[in-house]
Design a protein around this ligand. Structure first.
Ligand code: MG
Length: 177
């Protein structure tokens, strides 16, 4: 029996932080961003994709990125995070996902990146396009926003990057978008 709760749209949120270090590559939303500093990480450090994966998994109540892709597993060392996002999208859409029952469509996602520098504005549309392609949705279903923290806190001091993501998903059979 379907309850109103299981037949309604579902919202999820995700959050991630990665430290910045001189001389490492910076990749955000699958896009390489020229920068003096990049992310310290077990994977490629794409902190925005990690937050997005957690938002999508959270919306489907399928755990979190650490559960599915543990950083103790050598298979994920240096991995391209776009592959993790593809996996998460597959978990939501395929029959036999980890919970075994539901298939979902992504209605929209919204990402906020807090980074002191560099300015991300020139990369935002490529980021949206890249994420939309991986998730098989339209670019207008993907929002990527960037902010500084006015030089306050660890983000403001250039020590790290902080990302929040939200995702709305709906059971496949109700998708009339
Ligand atoms: Mg991470």
């Amino acid at each position: 029996m379907d309850s109103i709760l299981t037949s309604s749209p579902r919202i999820g949120n995700g959050y991630d932080v990665h430290a910045l270090k001189e001389g490492l590559p910076m990749r955000l939303c699958g896009v390489d961003v020229p920068s003096d500093k990049g992310f310290v990480a077990h994977s490629d450090g794409d902190v925005a994709i990690h937050a997005l994966c957690d938002a999508l998994l959270g919306a489907a109540a399928l755990g979190d990125i650490g559960l599915h892709f543990p950083d103790s597993d050598p298979r994920y060392k240096g991995i391209d995070s776009t592959k993790l996002l593809s996996e998460v999208v597959a978990m939501l859409s395929r029959e036999g996902n980890p919970e075994g029952s539901r298939r979902y469509q992504i209605v929209n996602v919204d990402i906020t990146i807090a980074l002191q520098e560099p300015k991300l504005r020139p990369f935002i549309d490529t980021m949206r396009e890249t994420l939309a392609g991986i998730m098989n949705i339209d670019i207008d279903q993907v929002s990527v926003k960037a902010t500084t923290t006015e030089r306050l806190g660890f983000v403001g001091r250039g020590e790290g990057c902080e990302v929040w993501a939200s995702a709305l998903i709906i059971p496949d059979n109700e998708y009339k978008y």
